[in-house]
Design a protein around this ligand. Sequence first.
Ligand SMILES: [Zn+2]
Length: 639
Amino acid sequence: MKKFPVYLMAILCLTVIHCYGQVGPGSGSAYCSQGHIRMNDLKIHAGDMPSDYDVSYLRFDLNIDPGQDYISGSVFTRFKVTGDLSDGLQMELSVDLTVDSVKYQGNLIPFTHSGEFTLSLQIPGFPDIGSVQDVEVFYRGVPVSGAGFGSIGREEHEGIPAMWTLSEPYGCRDWWPGKNDLTDKADSVDIIVHSPELYRTASNGVLVSDEVVDGIRTCHWKHRYPVVPYLIAIAVTNYEVYSDIAYPGGIPVEILNYVYPEDKADIMPRTRQTVPVMELFSSMFTPYPFMQEKYGHAQFGWGGGMEHQTMSFMGRFDFEIIAHELAHQWFGDMVTLNSWKDIWLNEGFATYLAGMSYEHLFDGYYWPFWKSQNISYVTSEPDGSVYVDDTTKVSRIFSGRLSYSKGALLLHMLRWVCGDEAFFTACRNYLEDPRLKYGFAGTSDLKAHLETAAGIDLTEFFNDWYYGQGYPSYNIICNQVATGDYETEIRQTQSHASVSFFEMPVPVMFSGSGKDTTIVFQHTFNAQKFRIYTEFEIESVKFDPEQWLIAGPSVDTLFRKTEVVKLYPNPSRDFIRVTTGGAQPEDIKLFDCTGREVRTDISMNGPVARIDVSGLSAGCYLIRLRTASESKVVKFVRQ
Ligand SMILES: [Zn+2]
């Protein structure tokens, strides 16, 4: 799912200078407001449905006329018995809808429909655990938009009614009776919708038939991949239909578009942008997950996009939202989060893959803007974790700043910490893991694959960045010790007390004389100092030039050049290094404490001398450096 945060509006002006129409980070946001997005924070069911049956197949047979609010029909559920059903088989359906009857194995059975959405079916006898049974619930009524993003939406376009569903996260029960459970995928689904001839239905999978009899059009969609309830959806209006074709790995995949007729000319060039993105994701990760069927877009009247499996519903057709919803087909649809606490596995990945589309397409032009926008958004508040601590609040689950932007940047930083090869290998292994593919995953699954691929322990990283709140701000201080010789100190403060220190590899770029070098410091404690040597004189210092890190806006760098003569190590046993900070001495002499010259063979190599003192006896010595303008004496101790 992708909504349009208001913060992006300010950034839009940056992209206008190089305009690709509706391309660019936050493209389209100027037309958007949070007012389009309904997010009702109700205390709602958060996935505690008893799991004494396992759904294998669903068949929807619905009568829908978008011109009327009324729907009627049935949902057939085939399931495997996994527990004791003697207290009834539990489903959810809003009590705003009326259940007429329920059939179990073809015979009518009693049921109760109470509370807000509890539908309890009285199964006769004691079906064996492991046996396959079926129920069909017949129902009707006016569906009422529920919690979350509305569940059922309606609008008129050019005077024509449209009706659609958007169930994420808990809204299935507002329009169909079933096991509204995040962690049970049906293996396959048939969706049959009867509507007045004017209307076509867009849905999951392949359109098996589209027939008109006596003024009623019946669209039959068949989906033969595992699908979680919240990703089943229908949209009904007077759609016009056209296709684009992508060739991921050389194999054709249809991109089937259902759009409002009046918008078709405008939308056609935009949906075409799906083609290179599908080919990109398929080459970066794994082949498009629903290759045997299709991918598609169905236009709807909501303010963002929703990644319904094989058919994303789109309120806008901007490049970034096209890429975001397509990315969900891998991250969210094929591998689905196993708890709403881990929504970043859906939204962080989708947001990051849209960002990487900028990295790899359009010559990377928008990629720096995407990174700076997201870093700014994440650091606009001092607190908040990617981990969702309260899944009863839809606005918390779908926090744009935390679940989307910070989740995406966590992936970006994991790529930085693990390296490109290990990161992408881990992502592919995560998607291909037989325990997870077409099933469910949690944060620990992704962490394990990253740790295996990179060979490092990421526990500290996840404690700081996933469970912890806030972000670091850095201060880089670079002092010149001598020409080509610098001491760099890295200081860090944290925006939130939950993290005492963010251990990170910190890249710093040093520039001067038309040259530059970027050094990565393993920053493990505050005010850590590093000695660096460069072949050029440093004139400026830049923190994180390629924007790998989440860091606060107080980042600054300080460069201090020094002319002071320095000796180190001091005391010394083997050698000492003498630097003058740039000045070229005319001569250098070494005396003991009585003033006796003890070595006559030492000389400066430019402003630097390395003196072997291993042959000296222990004690105190003096070095005198004489330049054209002054003479300096410094003391050192031979241990
Ligand atoms: Zn999304």
